[in-house]
Design a protein around this ligand. Structure first.
Ligand code: FPP
Ligand code: MG
Length: 296
């Protein structure tokens, strides 16, 4: 099992999608250019924009738009993709505060450098900008979709705090939690990609939601396994207050190896379901290959 090399995610993207992703990065970097912002707040706000992750969510927006728009319509997906990445960024700033996380993406976190007040205010700026980008997409369905998943993220994070005080968290509790805190935004990324190219047919949208939910669930299970095994040196430390599928599954018999292999089984089952539903809904092998990178 290895933590993925971020370049792998980029390598298989079609040229048009790579170009669109570069434009998304540019939009993100320009987000607050027109504002005077005190230095500390500006640094905290730009921290995760400059120190980017794998950009999985905006890439999913673009890949879905690419698949359903037959290679066209990527321009319209750029602002929604930037909006999705900003929502995710704001959630990381807040997550660092709540988890008292000092290192993320191999660097000291804004929470650690500037304190929780500045990190919280930076997340406010970012959320406001994410809403602006969604509105500027000119499609209210995109705005509502992204607002709804923002609500779900906060519910998910709150659910995690609640569950971490319990000793009898079940797998069903866990699945509900990770839908809210992680899968909902991945689902919305795929949905706004479809909306960007005006795909709104209820049957297709509902299948894309299923795909997003499956991928998002796989994504969080993967993150939990990696976190449990402390395999990602850039995101160190297992916080025992955080809910983790390996801890839940090994709680009664202490058999960690068995729990990891069951968690892996769930991850791969979710990816199989996502790929199966995708193939029934549209023809796009790039999306399938991209999603398959999550297998461990
Ligand atoms: C990281 O996961 C955190 C999340 C997936 C979600 C956090 C959500 C919030 C703080 C609510 C945000 C709400 C809005 C509207 C922006 P993790 O803690 O499991 O993993 P990590 O710390 O290892 O990344
Ligand atoms: Mg957390």
């Amino acid at each position: 099992m290895a933590v993925l090399n971020p370049n792998k995610y980029m390598e298989l993207l079609p040229g048009e999608v790579k170009t669109a992703l570069t434009k998304v990065i540019h939009v993100l970097e320009e987000s607050f250019m027109g504002f005077w912002i005190p230095d500390k707040l500006r640094d905290a706000t730009y921290h995760y924009i400059r120190n980017r992750g794998k950009l999985i969510r905006p890439t999913l927006v673009l890949l879905m738009a690419y698949a359903l728009g037959n290679g066209n319509g990527l321009e319209k997906a750029i602002l929604p993709a930037a909006s999705v990445e900003l929502i995710h960024t704001a959630s990381l700033l807040q997550d660092d505060i709540m988890d008292q996380q000092r290192i993320r993406r191999g660097m000291e976190t804004p929470y650690s450098i500037y304190g929780s007040h500045t990190a919280m205010l930076a997340s406010d700026l970012i959320i406001a900008k994410a809403v602006e980008f969604a509105i500027r997409s000119g499609d209210n369905d995109i705005v509502f979709e992204l607002l709804n998943s923002s609500v779900k993220l906060a519910i998910g994070q709150s659910l995690e705090s609640e569950l971490s005080c319990k000793y009898d968290t079940t797998i069903d509790d866990y699945l509900r939690l990770i839908y809210y805190k992680t899968a909902s935004l991945i689902e919305s990324s795929m949905i706004v990609g479809a909306y960007s190219v005006n795909v709104k047919d209820t049957e297709i949208v509902s299948r894309i939601r299923d795909v997003g939910r499956f991928v998002g669930t796989a994504f969080q299970v993967r993150d939990d396994i990696i976190d449990y095994l402390n395999m990602d040196s850039k995101n160190p430390g297992t916080n025992y207050n955080e809910i983790n599928i390996v801890r839940i599954m090994s709680r009664y018999d202490g058999n960690v190896n068995d729990a990891i292999s069951k968690a892996r089984g769930l991850l791969n089952e979710m990816l199989d379901k996502a790929i199966g539903t995708l193939r029934e809904t549209m023809s796009n092998e790039v999306l399938v290959k991209y999603i398959s990178l999550l297998r461990i």
